[in-house]
Design a protein around this ligand. Sequence first.
Ligand code: GLN
Length: 470
Amino acid sequence: MSLIKNLHQKLIKKEVSAVDLVNQSFKLIEEKDKDLKAFITLTKEEALKEAEKIDKKISQGEEIDLISGLPFALKDNILTKGIKTTAASKILADYYGSYDATVFKKLKEKGAILVGKTNLDEFAMGSSTENSAFFTTKNPYDLERVAGGSSGGSAVAVSSSMAVFALGSDTGGSIREPAAFCGVVGFKPSYGSVSRYGLIPMASSLDVIGPITKTVEDARIIFETIAGKDEFDATSFDLKKEKNSKKEIIIGLDEEFLAEGVAEEIKEKFLSVIKKIEEFGLKIKNIDLTLNPYALSCYYIIMPAEVSANLARYDGLRYSSLKDTNFKNLEDIYFKNRGLGFGKEVRRRILLGTYVLSHGYYDAYYRKAQKVRRLIKEEYEKQFQQVDFIISPTTPTLPFKIGEKISDPLAMYLSDIFTVGANIAGLPAINLPIGFSKSNLPIGLQITAPYKKDFDLLDFSQQIEKLVNF
Ligand code: GLN
C-alpha cells in the first residue's frame, strides 16, 4: 500500500491534520537526527504555516491533492528561494537560493510541505556522504556505517520516517545507492524527463533528479508530479504514458554482475529473488553486457570533465562564503576561495577534469570516453531488443563502516559499478529493497529499463515489490 495514499485518506477523513503530520515529522527529527544527521537545514516555522493552510482547505471542504499536507525533504543541492542551499560545501555555506528549482515549485504547488534540506557529499561527489563539508550522515540500521551517497540525507530522512518522501539527484548512482543502503525505494528517471532547472549542477549530461520513497507507488506519484517539459531546461521533455501491451516480460541478467567483488550475502539475496521471479513465471534471459566494465572508467573521465566546467563559477568573486577578505591579489582570491572552500574530493575532480580536457590529452581521454559512451549506449539498445528489463544488485557491498573507504578513492568509486551504466546511457533505473543481511543491513536490487520506459519500469517494479514483500 502506498504510504502517500494512506496518509491522504487520513487527511481527508480528518483522522489526522497536516499540522499533526508536520509535528510528527519534527518530533522524529528531534528524537533521531542528532544521531543520524540527515538534515543541514530545517524549515519548521514555514512548514507549520503551510500545514495550517492545508488544514483550512480541508475544513472548508476544498479538494486537496494527493501529496497536499505531506512532509518532504530536499537534497541540499536543489535551490529553494530564501532558504539556505549549501550543496554541503563550505563555499556555499551561507548561500540562500535566489529562486526555486522547478521540482520544488511543482511540489509546493500541490501542497507538499518542505521540512528541511538534507545532507549530501559535497556537490554530490561521493558514495557515502562522508565528503559533506559539515558532517557525515549515519545509516539508520547501524550508526557506525555510512548511509550511502551522495543523497544520503534524503535516503535517511525517508528510511527513518522523518519525511514521507524526499528528492535526491543521481549522476552516477546517488539516488539508488543510498536507497539500497537505507532500505528504501530510489528512482532515477530517464535523463531529461525531470527538469534540472535549479539543481546545482555536477555533471550536466548525467544529472537527474528523482524520488526516494517507501514504496514504488509513492515513487510514481512523486515522479508524475515533478516530471515534464520545462522551458528553463532545454533537455527536458514530456514523457508519454503508453499502455504496455506486451504479454510476456523477459528480464535480462548478466552473470558477470555476480562475479568477484560482490558480497556473498548480496549474491544470495539477489539469487533468491531471481528464483522467486522464475517461480512466478517470468522469464530470465542471460545477456552479455560486454562493455559494462568500461562504464565506470568512462564515467570517471566524462563526469570530472563536466565537473571542472560547472564548478568554474565558484571563483571566489561570486557565491563565496569565506570570511577572510584580506586578499593580496587575484590569485590570492582564487587560492583562498577555491583552495579552502572546496573539499579534497571536489578539488581532485576539478584537477582530473581539467587534465582530461587539456590540450594534448583531450583526444586520448575525453574524446575517447565520449566514443565509449556511445558504444555503451548502443549496446544497451541492442540488449533491450531481446529483453524488457535488466536486473542486477544495486551495490556490490553492504553499507560499509564510516572511514573505511574515505582515504581510498578508487575503492569508493567501485561502489558505483552497477549504477553508472544507466547514467552513461541516460536510462531509467530503480533500487528496490529486497531484504537484510544477517547483521540486519539492507540489501537492494536494481532494475534498469530502456530510455523513456519509466512508466513500464515503475509498473514492473511494483510487481517485483509485491513478489519480494519487503
Ligand atoms: N558516487 C558517484 C560519484 O561519486 C555518483 C555521484 C552522484 O550520482 N551524484 O560520482
